[in-house]
Every structure is written in C-alpha cells, then in structure tokens.
Design a protein around this ligand. Structure first.
Ligand SMILES: Nc1nc2c(ncn2[C@@H]2O[C@H](COP(=O)(O)OP(=O)(O)OP(=O)(O)O)[C@@H](O)[C@H]2O)c(=O)[nH]1
Ligand SMILES: [Mg+2]
Length: 257
C-alpha cells in the first residue's frame, strides 16, 4: 500500500473521519487508559478541536490542531488501550489507525508510576512504526512515590526520544512539541527496540517477509504483518483486506486513466 499524500488525506477522511489539511503533519496519541492522553491533547490543541465518533463505532474520536515553529500538526487522541491485539473495539480502532493511516509521528503516553505494565503497548507500537516518541507522563506522581527514572538510559534502551512530562501542570509539553517536529520532519531518526521471539517464530517471520513486504510497503512494518499472520489474527486480516481493497481500487483507477 503506497498512498500519495492526497490519497492519504482521503483515507483519513473516509475511513477515520479525520480532516488532515494539506501540508499538515498527522500525529497519533496512543497509550493505556487514564495515562493523560486527553490532558496532553487539550493542552496542545486548546480550542482548536473537533470531536465526534469513529466512523461506524460508538467510540469518541477527538482531533485537534496546533502550530509549532510555523508548522501545522493534527493531533488524534486514540482510545486508551492496553494492547493492539484487537480484543476490544478500542484496540481495533487504535491498531487500524496506527497501521493504515500511517501517522507521521505516534506519541505513546506512559504512566511513569507503572512503567513496566505500560511498556507493553510501546513495544507493540514499535513493531508497527519506527516514528515513535515516548511521553513519560505523571512524573509528579512518580516523584511523590519516590520512583526515580533514568530518562537518558531509558531513551538509549528504547531507541526513541523519551520526554518526561507532568501534563496537568503543562510540564514537558514544549519539549514534546520539539520532538514531534523533529521526528515528523525526519530531522531525528529513531530506531525502536524490537522484541526477538523464539528461534522458530523468527525463522517463520524470515520466510514470510519476502512474500508480505509489498503489502505493507510504506504504511506499516512487514514484520508486524508477518507476526499477525503467524498469530492467525482474523480481526487484523479483515482490516487488511478492507484497506487493500481501497488501495487496489486506486491502483485500478490509475491504470484506467
Ligand atoms: N498528577 C497528574 N495528573 C495527571 C497528569 N496528567 C493527567 N492527569 C490526570 O489523570 C487523569 C486522567 O487523565 P486523562 O487525560 O483523562 O487520561 P486519558 O489517557 O485520556 O484517559 P482515557 O481517555 O480514559 O484513556 C485526569 O484526572 C488528569 O487530570 C499529570 O501529569 N499529573
Ligand atoms: Mg482520554
């Protein structure tokens, strides 16, 4: 799936109900429930927000824009999820958006007071896209609980920028905007840590990669696709079929011209 910029805007509108303007960077906000995603979303977008439902679903969809250093960003507040393995409608929405909308940056918001549990989602996002920033939120609560986090070490271990924040007090948000700009514009390259599975799984992934690479193309990682195929994840396959249908339609229209 190789969408042009214009096709990407149509896809965002038709499939996700989100209006991405020309030249605007699309930024997804992901994270477990209750980690402060909407607090960050509100602080960054202020009054420039639009809320509704995800198309065909009774789940809130909030999108808002902000300007930073003369660039425009559209922020999408994804439903809170513990994983992207699509056991719930919220997980399916978040997974489909990260896979098929291919945002320019995904900010994964983590609760600094329970990092271990929260990192599970971050590692899953790392499998889909390299363009990730970690926002380590609730740092004020962590401090109260005497939890010390070595942010530079965490950044080295994860291979992506980590921004410490206390969103309710507005702390860390200018730094977050700076990192969003750097990753979106390509000025900062990320190399998210990848989970190595058992030798059997890795061997099967290696066999599948040459076959599935062209399906994933520039939108999401072929490794993620291979892993889901090995899982027999039927919800993902349904979504993949639906999105491949769109891109094939576009290919057909191009050939007919
Ligand atoms: N102490 C503290 N509280 C925070 C911080 N950020 C958010 N909160 C509070 O945490 C609660 C949850 O914040 P939300 O922004 O609604 O969290 P969310 O991730 O959007 O939650 P869901 O949409 O349910 O997934 C609210 O009461 C916020 O005021 C922070 O940095 N420090
Ligand atoms: Mg929220």
């Amino acid at each position: 799936m190789n969408f042009s910029v214009k096709q990407k805007r149509v896809l965002w509108q038709d499939r996700f109900g989100i209006s991405l303007a020309t030249g605007q960077f699309g930024v997804a906000l992901a994270g477990n429930p209750n980690v402060g995603k909407s607090t960050i979303f509100n602080a960054l977008t202020g009054l420039h927000q639009h809320t509704g439902n995800w198309p065909g679903k009774t789940v809130d969809n909030a999108q808002g824009s902000f300007q930073f250093q003369q660039k425009s960003f559209l922020l999408v507040d994804l439903p809170g999820t513990y994983s992207l393995l699509a056991h719930t409608v919220e997980e399916q929405i978040a997974r489909d958006f990260l896979c098929f909308a291919s945002p320019d940056v995904t900010v994964v918001v983590l609760d600094a007071t329970c990092l271990e549990r929260n990192l599970n989602l971050a590692l899953q996002v790392f499998e889909i896209t390299p363009k990730v920033i970690i926002c380590l939120n609730l740092m004020d609560e962590a401090r109260k609980k005497n939890i010390m986090i070595d942010v530079p070490s965490l950044e080295r271990e994860l291979g992506v920028p980590v921004v410490a924040a206390a969103a309710r007090q507005g702390k860390g948000l200018p730094e977050l905007q700076e990192k969003i700009l750097q990753v979106a514009s390509g000025a900062l390259q990320t190399k998210p840590r990848q989970i190595a599975y058992s030798p059997e799984v890795e061997k099967a992934v290696k066999q599948l990669l040459p076959l599935v690479g062209s399906l994933a193309d520039n939108t999401f990682s072929p490794r993620w696709l291979a892993l889901r195929l090995l899982d027999g994840d039927s919800s993902f396959l349904d979504s993949l079929n639906s999105f491949l249908g769109i891109s094939r339609g576009w290919e057909g229209a191009k050939c007919a011209q």
